[in-house]
Design a protein around this ligand. Structure first.
Ligand code: GDP
Ligand code: FE
Ligand code: FE
Length: 208
């Protein structure tokens, strides 16, 4: 059986490039391994977008750009955090937390992307946010379940994502937070807010 790759033709409503041109530019700022991951996130995200009725073009662009800043140097990232008047609390973290918010600024400047759904999806893809819209939800979850991910629990996350996006997000959020706590790393406060909103509050609402 051959698996058909999903694709989408860009209208120029969100970015002044074709999908192929965007892919080429993305490939130039990251390793082959990360580029493969990014293409996997796009496939997973397009599947979720079809299933849950999101805009395929917004989802494709956000997916292809979500890790755009990940291979920038810490120095470049710190400069952007300061020059863009971002929350200075960020400076206490590192690349893992920076590349989302910094990436949103970089792609806005480099590709003149104005669409807030796309920018928010990139900004929040690592730690999520309490009030994620559908494009943000899809990128957050697709980053976790994309086909190249192999960690324990990913199949459960994929199954949940197929049936109920909220449950998929809750599962991914809980697993990530537990993992971080196990590793004794510093938790970004927004990750806790995402946990409170998606793991605690949404489940309580289900049982009301
Ligand atoms: P990737 O860019 O595709 O590798 O994936 P993500 O952007 O989702 O995550 C990047 C890294 O950040 C992963 O190793 C996460 O475990 C880590 N991460 C997520 N939330 C936090 C947090 O609150 N604190 C810290 N220190 N790391 C986090
Ligand atoms: Fe990332
Ligand atoms: Fe990623």
């Amino acid at each position: 059986m051959t698996l058909k790759l999903k694709t989408v033709t860009y209208s120029n409503a969100y970015i002044d490039l074709s999908r192929e041109e965007l892919l080429e530019q993305v490939s130039q700022v990251m390793s082959d391994k990360r580029f493969t991951h990014v293409k996997g996130v796009e496939q997973a995200a397009l599947e979720l977008a079809e299933r849950y009725g999101a805009n395929l073009e917004q989802v494709s662009i956000a997916a292809l750009l979500h890790d755009f800043a990940k291979e920038q140097s810490d120095e470049e990232m710190r400069d952007i955090i300061i020059s863009e008047n971002m929350d200075l609390e960020l400076l206490q973290y590192g690349n893992n937390i920076w590349h989302g918010p910094v990436g949103a600024v970089v792609v806005r400047n480099q590709f003149s992307i104005q669409d807030q759904d796309i920018l928010d999806a990139i900004r929040h893809h690592t730690v999520g946010s309490p009030n994620m819209g559908i494009v943000e939800q899809i990128i957050y979850l697709a980053d976790y379940i994309e086909p190249n991910r192999t960690f324990k629990g990913v199949d459960k996350a994929r199954k949940l994502a197929e049936n109920d996006m909220t449950k998929g997000i809750a599962y991914a959020t809980l697993k990530t937070l537990k993992h971080l706590l196990n590793e004794n790393v510093k938790i970004y406060p927004k990750a806790i807010e995402t946990y409170n909103a998606w793991v605690v509050q949404k489940q309580e609402e289900l049982h009301d």
